[in-house]
Design a protein around this ligand. Structure first.
Ligand code: HEC
Length: 144
């Protein structure tokens, strides 16, 4: 005969296992994890080139990346910089930046990628305020 205590124990374990199962089912079958792609097709092409050519190994976006070259988050809108400035760097091989051989279309795609990154916000962002509940309010460009 199984003792009463053991029966309760088995019952509790069975309940826990089924809760665990239901919880996992709920988590892995909802599609909240899908995210909205905000980049235009042209910018996505630029992002692909950005990744294939390891721009990240030397440059940062929002402060993340390698540190051999400057952060490029706002290079598109920075004073005295912009599309032509960016293009000028790509195939010229200045300092430690490799000399790439991008076609005009590829340069355009990289510029579009950097333009859309630029539109997403500021880095560094000095307009952040810390609220009393601990959250930080950041100013986003596309909220304007
Ligand atoms: C091996 C390192 C390295 C890689 C890889 C690299 N860069 Fe650079 N890049 C640099 C350095 C260093 C500078 C600064 C050159 C200077 O100021 O004369 C620079 C400058 C730039 C600038 C001008 C930035 C400014 O604010 O003046 C742009 C734009 C740029 N790189 C884009 C790219 C893109 C796009 C890629 C990928 C296709 C790339 N770089 C890959 C090292 C790199």
């Amino acid at each position: 005969m199984i003792q009463r205590k053991t029966q309760v124990y088995i019952g509790c374990m069975a309940a826990l296992v089924s809760v665990f199962g239901l919880y996992n089912f709920a988590i892995y079958t909802n599609d909240d994890s899908s995210y909205e792609v905000r980049l235009s097709p042209a910018a996505l092409k630029g992002q692909e080139l950005w990744q294939q050519n390891n721009c990240f190994s030397c440059h940062q976006l929002y402060g993340l990346g390698g540190y051999l070259g400057p952060d490029l988050t706002n290079v598109f809108s920075a004073e005295n910089k912009g599309p032509e400035y960016i293009k000028a760097f790509l195939n010229s091989g200045v300092k430690t930046m490799p000399k790439f051989h991008f076609s005009e279309a590829e340069k355009e795609a990289l510029v579009t990628f950097l333009k859309e990154v630029d539109q997403s916000g500021y880095y560094p962002n000095y307009n952040a305020t810390i609220k009393s509940n601990g959250w930080v309010d950041i100013e986003y460009k596309d909220e304007k």
